[in-house]
Design a binder for this molecule. Structure first.
Ligand SMILES: Cc1cc2nc3c(=O)[nH]c(=O)nc-3n(C[C@H](O)[C@H](O)[C@H](O)COP(=O)(O)OP(=O)(O)OC[C@H]3O[C@@H](n4cnc5c(N)ncnc54)[C@H](O)[C@@H]3O)c2cc1C
Length: 380
């Protein structure tokens, strides 16, 4: 078993880190407070291949592996988890769903501009009454001649307002449960499709999250994505991969929180010595360093398995659960190590503490990851 990154992967890590430190770090607080994802950042991300990380070059992507994807996500999250969340949702949900299940025509039409960063993707499964129980969605798509008419409201959609298109799941056959759900690509500007309320969030504030509304929204038959009735099954497959990305995001966030706390511990002095000399502060740093490394190993194992074409339902859920819960502890200990300065916005600890909670909620809560793991481990 090889546990080393290749020279190319180390180079990738260094280049993304340098980009994040120079192009993102100086603006983290401003974008957080303004709840703003700067439009001019997108072409810069695209120039590094970060808007189409895993898509083949002939589809405008960077042709990187799942391991490379996790390296990129980790390094972005280390500096700004909310910018990273947008990158992960674009790559790992909307664009990934179209690439994995779209026709060649849909890939040509949509994946290429998405991967080049010319367009931004949203992905809509969640509704007000269907979060963890995602198969309970009520949005419907009814056949109408050679097209479909979509009605319903999606909740908590990343890029609901700023996205150029959405992959939306809707019920096409009532009474068939998850087998009666299909996916559709809906372009911005389609009559009957609009964004609703933008959420004012605790954290991940530079990543826009909004309601999305379909009112008699007619789309041509060509907008059906994947086979009719397979939308939910395909969405779960997309999430299997997406969760590895959220695990990598949590690892990066935890690393960022840890790095800030470690640096602070050796500059802040109390009782005539750096607080990093006190055993209880050292213990926090040591325990977090171990948990972050364990989370990283789980995450990169899941990514490496994906690169081998293996199924990762269990490994992705384990990686997401452990990484996100570990990241919460790293962010909380980060605030504690900063003391009162951890509670104010002039220092980075409080933002990691606010951002981190999303990692235990988005793309399936910790409780749902435990259900997924139990189903895989305890099925008889
Ligand atoms: C910032 C942000 C961005 C998001 N982006 C997207 C997006 O782009 N696209 C999208 O489709 N969705 C998105 N979501 C939605 C997200 O996936 C859901 O919030 C999440 O799946 C949880 O659903 P819920 O909020 O309705 O909580 P609920 O399902 O109501 O859960 C509430 C609580 O009950 C627990 N619970 C529920 N069922 C069980 C059970 N069976 N056993 C034990 N405990 C249970 C949950 O774990 C949780 O603690 C986003 C959410 C946020 C906050």
């Amino acid at each position: 078993m090889n546990v080393e990154f290749s020279a190319d992967q180390e180079l990738l890590r260094r280049s993304i880190r340098e980009f994040a430190e120079t192009e993102i770090r100086p603006h983290v607080r401003e974008w957080d407070e303004a709840q703003y994802f700067p439009p001019d950042l997108r072409p810069k991300l695209a120039a590094l291949g970060l808007m189409g990380i895993q898509f083949p070059e002939e589809y405008g992507g960077a042709g990187m592996s799942a391991v490379d994807y996790c390296i990129s996500i980790e390094e972005l999250a280390r500096v700004d988890p909310s910018i990273c969340l947008s990158v992960a949702a674009h790559n790992g949900l909307g664009a990934a769903h179209i690439f994995a299940f779209g026709t060649e025509e849909q890939r040509q039409t949509y994946v290429i501009p998405l991967a080049r960063g010319e367009k931004l993707a949203a992905w809509g499964l969640t509704e007000a009454s269907a979060g963890s129980d995602a198969a309970a969605i009520r949005t419907t798509a009814v056949r109408d001649g050679d097209g479909w008419v979509i009605n319903g409201t999606k909740q908590f959609i990343t890029h609901g307002q700023t996205g150029d298109l959405i992959v939306a799941m809707a019920v096409t056959t009532r009474g068939k449960g998850s087998r009666g759900i299909s996916a559709f690509i809906v372009e911005g500007g389609t009559p009957g499709f609009r964004a609703g309320k933008k959420e004012d969030k605790l954290g991940m504030r530079a990543s826009e999250t909004s309601e999305v509304i379909f009112e008699n929204c007619r789309v041509p038959g060509s907008q059906l994505l994947g086979a009719e009735g397979q939308g939910f099954v395909n969405a779960m497959q997309v999430l299997d991969a997406g969760r590895i990305g959220i695990a990598a995001l949590a690892v990066g966030l935890a690393q960022g929180a840890y790095d800030a706390a470690r640096d602070y511990a050796f500059t802040r002095r109390q009782f005539g010595q750096p607080i990093g000399a006190f055993q209880s502060i050292r213990a926090k740093l040591v325990e977090n360093a171990g948990r972050i490394e364990a989370a990283r190993l789980l995450t990169f194992r899941a990514a490496a398995m994906r690169d081998q074409g293996r199924r990762t339902t269990l490994e992705a859920a384990m990686a997401k659960l452990y990484s996100s819960e570990s990241a919460v502890r790293a962010a909380e200990d980060g605030v504690q190590i900063f003391g009162g300065y951890g509670f104010v916005k002039d220092y980075p600890a409080e933002k990691y503490f606010r951002d981190v909670k999303l990692t235990t909620i988005g793309e399936g809560t910790s409780e749902i990851q435990r259900l997924v793991i139990a189903r895989q481990l305890l099925a008889n």
